[in-house]
Design a protein around this ligand. Structure first.
Ligand SMILES: [Cu+2]
Length: 148
């Protein structure tokens, strides 16, 4: 009996593990902006369920040629944003990208058809270990209430 269970587990495990990802990108959203806004920001939570740190290295989206990882920082009492090279997510930790914090900035979007409430667009995040993860970013008028 035990042997049969073990055999079943052995057969099931590879299929299960292929689906399990260490890195999860949750609740991706973007704020609806005036139609001529030069940049659009995307926010989300990255959760690292693995037992090793990973790094977000870059981002891209079909709606804009340029996507940068930005951070807001206090510079002489002024909040400014600046590109960052990478964002580290430690094992078992999560990083929340949110207004006045980390965000992905899409520069001068070429396709604005989805940039009103109810729209959504694809965003691909490139991680050092997890590779590419593509999520759908929901365009909202207000920030989602419950962060995961
Ligand atoms: Cu920015």
């Amino acid at each position: 009996m035990l042997k049969k269970v073990l055999l079943a587990l052995t057969l099931l495990l590879p299929a299960f593990m292929a689906q399990a990802r260490d890195i999860q990108v949750l609740q991706a959203w973007s704020q609806e902006l005036p139609p001529n806004a030069p940049t659009v920001a995307a926010y989300f939570t990255i959760r690292n369920d693995g037992n090793a740190a990973d790094r977000l290295l870059s981002a891209k989206s079909p709606i804009a040629d340029t996507a940068e990882i930005h951070q807001h920082m206090d510079s002489d009492g002024m909040m400014k944003m600046a590109p960052v090279e990478a964002v580290n997510i430690g094992a078992g930790e999560q990083a929340t990208f949110q207004p006045m914090g980390y965000h992905v900035m899409l520069i001068n979007p070429s396709d604005r058809s989805q940039l009103t409430e109810g729209g959504h667009f694809a965003l691909t995040l490139h991680f050092q270990k997890a590779g590419d993860i593509t999520v759908q970013v929901d365009v909202l008028k207000q920030a989602p209430v419950a962060a995961p």
